[in-house]
Design a protein around this ligand. Structure first.
Ligand code: MTE
Ligand code: MO
Length: 362
């Protein structure tokens, strides 16, 4: 079937679990406690038969594999990596207040979390299967959760370039923060693609396929595509969209929250910054006056690849209203655009405009 030109079907979110931490609990620790880690689902959590669980590996491979969880744990070296996952829809709420976005979750700043993932390297599983063709260029994933769309039931899926899939950082994870992967986060096995939008880290992973082209799944070909601000749901041609991969450099003020009323005196401003994981955050600037003057924030954790950077700055604020602003740079000199208008897109993805918070000091 050709790509649906229609906007995504209207769905009710009743039986679909989507949740994030209360904003006052966000990013208090470098590693996010599992029960404060956001959950983003596009379908109901699948009913699992854990004893008969198998991971299939097929496509352009010399040997097709069908692996139980034990096969995976016994045949491949166990790896651990602390990595941040961020939904492409994080900070959509600010885009929505600039110009409406239909039928998408209005995430605030909470669709992000950092966990210690335990699993095996996807690259080592692919090496065991053997890449059989020089044309192999993408690795596609399917989950066990399914959605009804245009009368057909499809699994959630995505793909990443083979080159990324072979990177040491890409894991098939069976544990999160030292415990078996919880059901909501993809038990028994999920992909973790550090640095890429969360949508590529497929949960309840059932199939891996090595192929010439990106996945033809809805979430690769229609969902999670980026368009410039002048494209909307009425003039869009989904075939033209840009498939999202790496996240752009971003920074967010977590505390104080927008519209806080603060006592006069010293105000501690705290938040997170994150780039594509391959580049560390090198500088975070915070403004106490809407961007007129700036101060360099101090880093709370030592900068590292694949994770967010927590930061802090302190200001003496006189009574009145103040607009706090943050912007960050990474080690490739990437920085953030100033305005929401310049990053607005009709699906509301990857908002990385300067983040602004209004506060009143008594
Ligand atoms: N099978 C499956 N995998 C999925 C999804 C999904 O709906 N189904 N959602 C994706 C999206 S959009 C994101 S942002 C991350 C969220 O991972 P989390 O729920 O563990 O935070 O999972 C991704 N993997
Ligand atoms: Mo997402």
């Amino acid at each position: 079937m050709p790509l649906s030109e229609k906007h995504e079907e209207t769905k009710t979110y009743d039986d679909i679990l989507n949740a994030g931490p209360p904003l006052n609990q966000l990013a208090r620790e470098f590693v996010t406690p599992t029960d404060l880690f956001f959950v983003r689902n596009h379908a109901a959590i699948p009913h699992l038969q854990l004893d008969s669980y198998r991971l299939g590996v097929s496509g352009m491979v010399t040997r097709e594999l069908s692996l139980s969880l034990e096969d995976i744990k016994e045949n491949f070296e166990q790896r651990r990596l602390t990595a941040t996952l961020q939904c492409a829809g994080n900070r959509r709420k600010e885009l929505v207040s600039h110009k409406p976005i239909d039928d998408q979750l209005a995430w605030d700043i909470e669709a992000i979390g950092t966990a210690e993932w335990t699993g095996v390297r996807l690259g080592e599983v692919l090496a065991a299967a053997g890449i059989s063709s020089a044309d192999a260029a993408h690795v596609a994933f399917l989950g066990l959760d399914t959605l009804l769309r245009d009368g057909a039931r499809d699994a959630y899926g995505s793909s990443i370039p083979l080159e990324k899939a072979l990177g040491c950082e890409v894991l098939l994870a069976y544990a999160m923060n030292g415990e078996d992967l919880p059901l909501a986060h993809g038990c028994p096995l999920r992909v973790v693609v550090p640095g890429y939008i969360g949508a590529r880290s497929v949960k309840w992973l059932s199939d891996i396929r090595v192929q010439e082209s990106p996945s033809d799944n809805h979430f690769q070909q229609v969902g999670y595509k980026l368009f410039p601000p002048h494209i909307d749901m009425y003039n869009v041609d989904y075939a033209d969209g840009m498939q999202l991969t790496k996240l752009p450099v971003n920074s967010v003020i977590v505390r104080p929250q927008d519209r806080s009323l603060l006592p006069a005196g010293k105000v501690a401003v705290e938040g997170y910054a994150m780039s594509d994981g391959e580049h560390e955050i090198t500088w975070v600037s915070v403004s106490p006056d809407g961007g007129a003057s700036w101060q360099r924030a101090e880093f709370i954790n030592a900068p590292q690849l694949w994770t967010w950077q927590l930061w802090r700055a302190e200001f003496e604020l006189p009574p009145g209203r103040h607009e706090l602003v943050v912007r960050a740079w990474d080690s490739a000199a990437n920085s953030q655009p100033e305005t929401i208008a310049s990053v607005w897109n009709f699906k509301g993805y990857v908002n990385n405009a300067w983040h602004r918070v209004g506060v009143t000091v008594k």
